[in-house]
Design a protein around this ligand. Structure first.
Ligand code: UDP
Ligand code: MG
Length: 323
C-alpha cells in the first residue's frame, strides 16, 4: 500500500488554514477509505516562520484527526516549524526532506486552496501506473489578473528560450515518488528553483490538468518585488545563456570597431577631417551602456557563486508536533 504525504507550506495563513485542513483531510480520508493510500498517510504543514497564529492552528490539527464525527477515518497530521521565514521554495524543501524516509510518495500543495485537492486522486493514479513525477497543470487561468497571466506566460517562454526546461502553467503542485524525491534532495544548491530542477530529474513524468481557483482567504505572499526576484532566480540558477549572449555581443562590437577603424584610417589618409563629436559622444554612451549591462549580468552570476560557496544551511526546523 502506498504511504502518501501531503506537504503544505504556510506563511501567515491563519485565515485559510481551517478551510484548507478541512479540504485536505477530506481528500486524504477518501483516498484512505477507497484504499488508494495507506492509513498511515499524513498531511504535513510547514510553518515558514509566520508571525500570526499559523503555528497554533497547525498544532491544534496535529495528531490523528481531532473531533472525529462518528466512525470517521482518522487522518494523521503533523507540523514542522521553521525558525524564521525562509521562503516558499525552502519551506517546500524542508517538508520534502522531512517526509523523505516516511513515505512512498509526496504531494506538495499551496495552503490557499487555489489548487484543487481532488486532483491528488489523479496524481496517485498516475503514480500507480508508473509515473515518478506528476505535475499539476492549470488548464485555465481565468482567476489570475491580466498582468499575472501574461507576465507568467512571457516568463515561461523566456525560460524555454534560454534552455531552461520547465513545465508551462505548472506551479509547485506536484507529486514525487520516493526515487525522484531522493534524487531531488541530492541537489545541494542554495538557490533553489524547484520548477527548473524537477524536470531534470528524469524518470517517467506525467501531467494532470485542473482549473485553478481563487485564493480562498488571506492575500498573496508573492508581491511584485518577490515575484521578480523569483523570476530572476529561475533564469540565473539554470541558464548561462545571458553570459554567452554577452560574449557574442562583445564579438560583434569588436568586429564593428575593426570595421570602423579601417573606415576612419581611409578617411584619415585621404586627408579628410575627422567627424565631429556627435558620433564620439554617441558611442561613449552606447558602449558604457553595454558595459554596465554586461557587468550587471556578470554580477548576478558572481552573486550566485558567492552564495553557493558559503554552503549555508538552507533552513532549520525549530520544533515539530511530534513529542
Ligand atoms: N509561502 C511560504 N513562504 C513564503 C511565501 C509563501 O511558505 O515566504 C507559501 C504560502 O503560504 C502558500 C504558498 O507558499 O501556501 C504560495 O504562496 P501564495 O499563494 O501567496 O502565492 P501565489 O499563489 O499568489 O503565487
Ligand atoms: Mg496562491
Amino acid at each position: 500500500m502506498i504511504r502518501c504525504a501531503i506537504i503544505v507550506p504556510c506563511f501567515e495563513e491563519e485565515s485559510t488554514l481551517p478551510l484548507t485542513h478541512r479540504a485536505l483531510s477530506e481528500t486524504m480520508r477518501r483516498m484512505i477509505e477507497v484504499g488508494e493510500v495507506s492509513a498511515d498517510s499524513f498531511i504535513l504543514y510547514v510553518d515558514d516562520g509566520s508571525h500570526d497564529h499559523t503555528w497554533d492552528i497547525i498544532t491544534s490539527f496535529s495528531g490523528s484527526g481531532q473531533a472525529l464525527k462518528g466512525n470517521e477515518t482518522p487522518v494523521l497530521t503533523e507540523g514542522v516549524r521553521l525558525s524564521r521565514n525562509f521562503g516558499h521554495q525552502y519551506a517546500l524543501l524542508a517538508g520534502m526532506e522531512y517526509v523523505a524516509d516516511k513515505c512512498d510518495t509526496c504531494v506538495t500543495i499551496d495552503a490557499d486552496l487555489q489548487d484543487d485537492p481532488a486532483v491528488i486522486h489523479d496524481m496517485i493514479r498516475a503514480y500507480k501506473k508508473g509515473a515518478e513525477v506528476v505535475y499539476g497543470v492549470r488548464s485555465r487561468r481565468e482567476n489570475d489578473g491580466w498582468f499575472k497571466k501574461h507576465s507568467a506566460h512571457a516568463y515561461y517562454r523566456l525560460l524555454n528560450a534560454l534552455g531552461v526546461d520547465c513545465v508551462y502553467d505548472h506551479a509547485d503542485y506536484r507529486l514525487l515518488g520516493s526515487r525522484a524525491l531522493a534524487m531531488l534532495l541530492e541537489y545541494k544548491e542554495r538557490n533553489v528553483f524547484l520548477r527548473g530542477i524537477v524536470p531534470q530529474l528524469g524518470f517517467r513524468q506525467e501531467k494532470v490538468y485542473y482549473r485553478r481557483g481563487e485564493r480562498k482567504e488571506g492575500r498573496s505572499k508573492y508581491p511584485f518585488g518577490k515575484m521578480l526576484e523569483f523570476a530572476a532566480d529561475g533564469v540565473t540558477s539554470f541558464s548561462v545563456t545571458p553570459v554567452r549572449m554577452l560574449f557574442w555581443l562583445g564579438l560583434i562590437f569588436m568586429a564593428t570597431a575593426f570595421g570602423v577603424g579601417i573606415y576612419v584610417l581611409i578617411r584619415y589618409f585621404n586627408g579628410e577631417t575627422i567627424e565631429g563629436w556627435t558620433s564620439l559622444i554617441l558611442s561613449i554612451w552606447f558602449c558604457t551602456g553595454v558595459l554596465l549591462f554586461g557587468m550587471g549580468i556578470l554580477g548576478e552570476y558572481v552573486g550566485k557563486i558567492y552564495v553557493e560557496v558559503k554552503k549555508r544551511p538552507r533552513y532549520k526546523i525549530s520544533e515539530t508536533t511530534k513529542a
